[in-house]
Ligand binder design. Structure first.
Ligand SMILES: CC(C)(COP(=O)(O)OP(=O)(O)OC[C@H]1O[C@@H](n2cnc3c(N)ncnc32)[C@H](O)[C@@H]1OP(=O)(O)O)[C@@H](O)C(=O)NCCC(=O)NCCS
Length: 273
């Protein structure tokens, strides 16, 4: 009789179709380009779980220097859950990031993941809601626009760490909008266009920025808003969005890298912060 075996291996660029197939089974929004970017940015830090040789789960890590690292794409297929597979993927990711010298690790938890993350030492930071505007997905819109050094610096203050390399990589697959104090990005998704990040030092610029962004694309859009950001919540309601899911940002380490969430009017992505 064969013995069941859990094996964790690195995810490579050859696994993009496999990772897409797994995430399609839970309805997530990543595109093949999103997964390629994750693997190219952190080639040793993305993993696949195989159970008896069958690929059943994924996880990604993204490090922003040694100050902060992110864990994302944490999923296990429904029929393989409650066997410790996510725990093993999480432990592998935490060990990897700690091995890189990362001192604070964060993730964005769904209600299904939160109990496990608490067991692994993660603490609640703040909640956010996914808002959605319904419609057909419209992945085709023109990409382009440049991030200014000033906007990258503003993002670092809002986020709590310099993620300029990652923003540049993601920005290449986005439509980027900038004004003197505000940056916004629209990103194609496999399920819906993703509005975010929107980071601003001047909340009075956000309404016109969001209006311009939304005039660019029709149809289904996701927008992740930190709870209590009344400017964004009001705008989202006005533009026909509704809150559909609650998520929780969590951190683990000696001390939290807090940033300034009040400057974040839309988040970049639960996978990477
Ligand atoms: C969240 C998720 C990744 C958890 O995956 P999982 O492989 O079931 O997680 P684990 O088995 O490691 O742990 C989950 C539970 O199973 C329990 N468990 C672990 N090994 C077990 C075993 N051999 N037998 C029974 N239960 C077991 C764990 O103790 C834990 O239970 P608890 O939370 O009640 O203490 C999975 O539910 C999932 O993919 N959900 C959809 C996507 C999602 O929400 N991902 C999280 C994004 S942040």
């Amino acid at each position: 009789m064969s013995q069941t075996q859990l094996h964790i291996r690195q995810m490579t660029l050859g696994d993009i179709d496999l990772a897409m197939n797994l995430k399609d089974q839970v309805g997530w929004n990543q595109t093949p380009d999103d997964i390629r970017r994750l693997i190219e940015y952190e080639p040793d830090g993305c993993f696949i779980a195989e159970f008896d040789g069958v690929p059943v789960g994924t996880v990604s890590t993204t490090s922003y220097g040694t100050k902060l690292g992110w864990i994302g794409m944490m999923l296990v297929l429904p029929e393989y859950r409650r066997r410790g597979i996510a725990r093993k993927l999480m432990e592998t990711s935490i060990d990897y990031l700690r091995g890189r010298g990362v001192t604070c690790i964060k993730l964005d938890a769904t209600p299904l993941g939160q109990p496990l993350y608490e067991q692994l030492g993660f603490h609640a930071e703040w909640g956010f809601q996914r808002w959605e505007r319904e419609g057909e997905n419209a992945p085709e819109f023109s990409l382009g626009g440049d991030l200014s050094a000033q906007m990258v610096a503003t993002d670092a203050v809002a986020f709590g760490a310099d993620r300029s390399c990652w923003l540049t990589s993601v920005g290449a697959g986005c439509r980027v909008f900038t004004t003197p104090s505000t940056v916004g990005m629209l990103r194609p998704g496999s399920v819906a266009t993703y509005l975010g990040p929107v980071v601003s030092e001047d909340s009075s610029e956000v309404a016109s920025m969001v209006g311009e962004m939304l005039s660019t694309v029709e149809g289904r859009i996701f927008w992740d808003i930190p709870s209590g950001n009344e400017v964004s919540e009001q705008l989202a309601s006005t533009h026909g969005f509704q809150p559909v899911r609650q998520l929780l940002r969590m951190w683990r380490g000696d001390s939290n890298v807090a940033g300034r969430p009040e400057l974040q009017f839309a988040l970049l992505d639960p996978t990477t912060g």
